[in-house]
Ligand binder design. Sequence first.
Ligand code: ZN
Length: 427
Amino acid sequence: MKDNNNFMERLWRVTDLDNNNYIRCKECGCITGIKLQIGSQAQHPIVVTCGKCGNSMKGKASIDHANAGFKFEFENAEVVDAASADYTVECSGEFPTKKSCEVTDADKMISSPLDSVKNCMKSEQYYEQFAQTIAQLKETESKWSKYRKIFELSQSNSPELISEIQKEFKGPHFQCRNRHETIRAVHMVELLGFYTSIRKDILQNMQFSNDILKLNSSQMKDFIGYLNSHDGYHLDELQSVIYRIYDEFMEIYQNLIPALSLQYCKEDAFDFEEDGTTASTLDSVKQFYIDVYEALGTLLIIPVGFNNIKYRADYNSMSPVDDKVSSMDDFIGQDKAARFNFCLDSEIYTGFLDAKVNAKLRKALENKDYEYDTLKQMITYGDEDGLKKSTEYLLEMEDEAMCMFQAILGISEYMYRMNEAILIFGM
Ligand SMILES: [Zn+2]
C-alpha cells in the first residue's frame, strides 16, 4: 500500500520565499513575492494579481519534481532578485488560494499546506483521486491530436478510421469488426479521455445508460427521426457540437483545475470572498464559459426527449414547466435560457447531468455588460433592466463551466446509446 503521507508530501508542498520568487509588475513597478504550492503538474498557468494596480500578471510555472526545482515566466511582469516585497501571494495550479495580500497580512497564508490540503478534502482517499484525475487529464492532453483525429474520421465516415483507431489502441474493445464495434471503439476514446477522469459516475453505473436501450423503441425511433429532420439537431451535428467543445476544453482545462478541486473538497473548505484562483483570469475562461453554455443548451434536447419518453410516453410531450412550451417545436423555438428551465433535477435524464447554469451571467459576458475586479476576482453584472446588480466570483463561474462540461459528457453517453439503438433496432 502506498504511504499516503509521503505521497502527499511529495506532491503538495509550498516553496519558501527566496531570491527567485519575486516579480515586478510592469504596470506599476510594485514587487510581489510568490509562494508556490508545488502540485502534481510539471507545468501550469499562473496568474498573479498585482496588489497595488490590479494588473493580472500572467505566466507559467514549470516544476522539476525530480530535483525539487521550479521556475516562472511572466508576460507582463519580470522575475527579479529582491530582498523584500510589497505584497505576497500564494499560488497553486491545483487549489484555491488566499487572494493577494500585503506582506503584513502574510501570516494568513498557509503555514502547513499539507495539513491544509488534507483538511479541505472530503476524505483521505480524495487526495489521491484528485492527483490521478489531473494525471489522466494530462495524458488526454498529450494524446489529444490523435483522439481528435479519430473523432474527425468518425464524423466523416472515413475508411481510414479503423486503422487510425488501431494505431493508438489495442485489445478486445478495438477490433472494429462491424459498425457496432467501431462506434463503440470511438466511444471508448471519450471514455478513456474524459469519463475515467471527470465523469467516473457514468462508468460506475453502466446500468443507468444501458437502460436507455429499454426506453420505448418506437418513441425513440420517432425522436431520432425528429432530430434528423431539424437542421442543427441531426445526430451528426449534435455530435460535432460535443467534439468541438472537447477541443476547446483541452485548450484551457488547466485554468479550471482549482475549480475542479472543489468537487474533491468539503463544501465549506473555501470562502470565495477570500479564496481565489491563481491559474486563470476571467479572459482565459470567458469564451469557454459562453461556448459550453451554448453547447449544453443545444444538446439539452436529448435528455429532455428521453425524459418525455420515460415519464410521459411521448418524446413530444413536455414536462409542464412553461405554458408556452408544450411540444419539441415549442422547445427549440425558445432561447437557451428558457430551455434550461427543462433541465430538471426531478427527471432522471436531466437530473443525472448535474448541470449548473447562470443564464444572466452568460448574457452579460456575451454583451460585455459586466465589470470585473481583478483583485477580488469578482464579476458584477446587471439584470435585464440594468437596475439590480448581481455578483459572482471567478471561481464560482469556473465551477459552473466545469459542471456544464461534465453535463455534456453525460449527454455524449446518451448519444452513444442512441447510436446503439439505431443499430440494434434498425432505426
Ligand atoms: Zn502593478
